[in-house]
Design a protein around this ligand. Sequence first.
Ligand code: ADP
Ligand code: ZN
Length: 730
Amino acid sequence: MSQPPPRSQSRRIRCVVFNAALGPLDYKVPAHLDVVPGQVVVCPLGPRQILGVVWEEERLPSADVPEHKLRPILGVVPVPPLGAPLRRLIEWCADYYMAPLSAVARMALSSTAALQGGSTVTEYRLSGREPGRLTPQRAQAMDLLIDQQATIRELAEIAEVSDGVLRGMVNAGLLEPVTVDADRPYPAADPRHAVPELTPTQAQVAGRLVEAVAARRFVTFLLDGVTGSGKTETYAEAIAAALEQGRQVLVLLPEIALTQSFLARFEARFGVEPVTWHSSLKSSERRRAWRAVAQGRAQVVVGARSALFLPFAALGLIVVDEAHEVSFKQDDGVRYNARDVAVMRGHFESIPVVLASATPALESLHMAASGRYERLVLPSRFGGAGLPDIRILDLREQAPERGHWLAPPLVEGLRERLAKGEQSLLFLNRRGYAPLTLCRTCGYRFQCPNCSAWLVEHRLSQRLACHHCGHEVPTPRACPECGEPDCLVACGPGVERIADEVATILPEARVALVTSDTLTSAAKAAEFVAQAENKAIDVIVGTQLVTKGYHFPDLTLVGVVDADMGLEGGDLRAAERTYQQVAQVAGRAGRGEKPGEVLIQTRHPDAPVIAALASGDRDAFYAAETEARREAHAPPFGRWAAIIVSSEDEAEARDAARAIGGTAPRLDDVMILGPAPAPLSLLRGRYRYRLLVNARRSSEVQKVIRQWLEPFRFPQGVRVAVDIDPYSFV
Ligand code: ADP
Ligand code: ZN
């Protein structure tokens, strides 16, 4: 019989340390400590300390350090160990997306504050004391900090002043400290708070989901229901079932802007708001949420894609809402697709995963057709509301007036709705006033110095901005090239320009502009929703932010300003994306008792995607699209991977890309395109080249790429990024 090692003898452990340049490192455990796999530990590294996660020794390569050279770990971080299913997920992601294990593991430990001891934090708020004479900076802080409470660092960001200014205000008694219990519990959700009466079809679908939650087995559902069919109400029953089992639920939403309306609905159904997780949480909120998740006290977490790597103690269900959304794909750092990773997490946790959408991704429909996902259908809108009437406006025949962008029938539609006291929505997926500005005298065009892209005019903020890197300049009055004053011309429309046009045609209409520039916070989003619900808005003009989630019963007209815009990029998913976007925004019309109408402006009424939208024949569209993908060996029939080579030095990037291209493997089932300059050949000051790998479904594309890139050693400034299953082709 083997004996456990005596406590005095040191034990070897293998750790994934948080440094992407290092592989797993071995340490020994001092006698007074106990560790198990998944535990977060403090490791010595040279003279410094680094965090690491203890891993199963046999699952990682060894650095072959002899026993007597092992250094002891310095301590164990007092948080629950990362569970085995999460460790398997981290391994899978690192392998599949070709990312360093430490970079993926780090996403699970996404709150440094959570790892530190101590259970109170000191936050500050205005004390209410009369300030007397103020410096301009203090006056600004007094203004911007009303109703705020946060750490000095966070308040400094809100007030747009330095930490020092605020510390001075603390000393002057203008800000007062508040001690906050960092781990105060969240109020408990009540699964039976307000149970809706489901329609028979909804009840059947909900029953299937509830059954799967009870069975605690892995299964992926494709919840395929038209907009307004009650997908949310239906999966809420599965959430309730998980809560009754005492298990946790993760709901992923594609963007924070959608969270606000979700929170309100959740509270109506379960009596409390769920725990939220996204990048703009304060560090104390992050810490509190992370610890509650790890200790099993956070019942339902609603979050952006990064929530997928939270260390849930007892996960019982994952829901991905609007699962077709491209924003689930992360395009920097670890380039993963949260929808696919959610399915893998469900697999490792042995729990059901629900992918909900009115316009599922072709890949998801294919998985359902092949039996790997279970498809559940909600074919009609709740409450008998019909789907809206869709009409095509051929811009070649019904041209807008000169210098305008809305065709006469759309203008007429807006006028009619305004007269009847109904609401309209105009959709154009372009922020700002105009996508291109040029000089009428010399033809000069404003271009970003860091990117191969035009600067977009933002008239509200009086700036020209690059939508890729964030570079901004105040809009000049004169041309920087020829010096001519007042000669700049705006070319093409953005939403600001459409809002202007509406204000010109219907001066009495109350117009709301909804873009990420105007809905900058949760509070602003809530204010917009309240105004729309109270009918303080007649016309909403917005980007893709307004296409999803909102339910305004008196909104009866939707106008798609430019349905062709998405088709111009020419990437693989262009048609699918256009279909999804237009179908989603169309789904905002006629959700109440009054019927809805959708007008789609296009110059290509015969394009298959436009024709499918007009006839409402989703199946025909997907069938045609499926065939096109099959012929192109595109997903889901083949696989793609992109290799992006970049450097601040153009020649260096080109040479590296050519060197890689020069040793491209010749294989029967893998085709390699490029290298070629990327469509965005300059991005954030880096020159970019791309290679595209197209492989059969069955080929081990990661293995091929790993072996191919392995021998290369490039100059320091060269970055080689691999994007598996890419969404972006720029
Ligand atoms: P989807 O998520 O499919 O777009 P929702 O769940 O948002 O649909 O439902 C659309 C609207 O209909 C919401 O206002 C919702 O509260 C309401 N609704 C759907 N099903 C029911 C039901 N069974 N009972 C009461 N209201 C419902
Ligand atoms: Zn730029």
